[in-house]
Design a protein around this ligand. Structure first.
Ligand code: NAD
Length: 273
């Protein structure tokens, strides 16, 4: 490996592992994304956040002032992603880390229960957020990330590796993102590192497709089901995963890491039969 490809990690200030860095998180108004935003700011970063509701914009501003730059938009929309990157770069001068994170869930709906005539629409509703939304964010961020030799940290899922944590559409979308991580890591090296965190069951209000009012944490018995399934024996909170995003975003801590997916799922790999 040529020495020119190897960069000296910049010194990060003692008061934060991401001091001086700038990030953009999609779907960062709530849940896991919000925990990542808060942790990045606590580690010294300034963070742009692409959110869907005015309430999220107001809440983020009230909590974090000038350290946060919320942008209102839908991740399925190219213009919203482009605008989010432009706003972050204009406001903070650069972009070091992109966290594509916004997602929707299918609540484990069984494939054979989806009517054939509804399938194409349900597929688009889910894949457009979970997969296309990630791709649009990456495409929008490419130039800015290249300039900083930055990184991407995707939110994947235990459903990227296992069945049973969702229905065929959700599990299919999250498995598909494994390929996205790997191919992008290959294509974007050596300029941009591409990694992911794959949380398991987490207490959030993850929602469903349009018209579906269910929310993950509101499901009867969700806590107990997760606690029973995972070796570590509890349902995680969004904050439990956030430090891993910091590690993958930090050049000092993971400057030689790309194409990596860190599981934060209580040990599903080693659960008994
Ligand atoms: P959440 O509902 O709290 O967060 C998802 C965010 O995405 C919300 O803020 C929502 O407004 C936003 N969003 C959804 N559709 C959008 C759109 N079209 N445009 C813009 N924003 C949109 O749920 P969460 O659990 O924090 O989910 C975050 C990510 O974590 C998702 O990708 C999800 O698949 C993944 N995940 C969640 C769990 C879990 O158990 N909660 C486990 C593994 C992975």
């Amino acid at each position: 490996m040529s020495e020119t490809l190897r960069e000296t990690p910049p010194r990060e200030a003692a008061n934060g592992r991401l001091a001086g860095q700038v990030a953009l998180v999609t779907g960062g108004g709530k849940g896991i994304g919000r925990a990542v935003v808060e942790r990045f700011i606590a580690e010294g970063a300034r963070v742009g956040v692409l959110v869907r509701s005015e309430t999220d914009v107001d809440n983020l501003r009230a909590a974090h002032g000038a350290s946060v730059c919320p942008v209102l938009g839908d991740v399925r929309d190219w213009e919203a992603n482009r605008q989010a990157v432009e706003t972050v770069v204009t406001t903070y001068g650069k972009l070091d880390t992109l966290v594509p994170n916004a997602g929707v869930y299918d609540f484990g709906d069984r494939f054979e229960d989806i009517a054939g005539e509804d399938l194409a629409q349900r597929y688009r509703q889910l894949f457009d957020v979970n997969v296309l939304g990630y791709l649009l964010a990456v495409r929008a961020g490419l130039d800015a990330l290249r300039e900083t030799r930055g990184s991407i940290v995707f939110t994947l899922s235990s459903s990227s590796f296992f069945s049973g944590g969702g229905g065929t559409l959700y599990v299919g979308s999250k498995h598909g993102l494994v390929g996205v991580v790997r191919q992008l890591a290959f294509e974007l090296a050596p300029d941009i590192r591409v990694n992911a965190v794959a949380p398991g069951g987490t207490r959030t209000n993850l929602g469903g497709l349009p018209g579906d009012e269910r929310q993950l944490a509101g499901l009867d018995g969700f806590d107990a089901m997760v606690a029973k399934t995972v070796p570590l024996g509890f349902l995680s909170e969004p904050e439990d995963h956030a430090g891993l995003y910091v590690t993958l975003a930090s050049r000092a801590e993971s400057g030689f890491v790309t194409a990596e997916i860190i599981r934060s799922d209580g040990g599903l790999e080693v659960r008994g039969g």
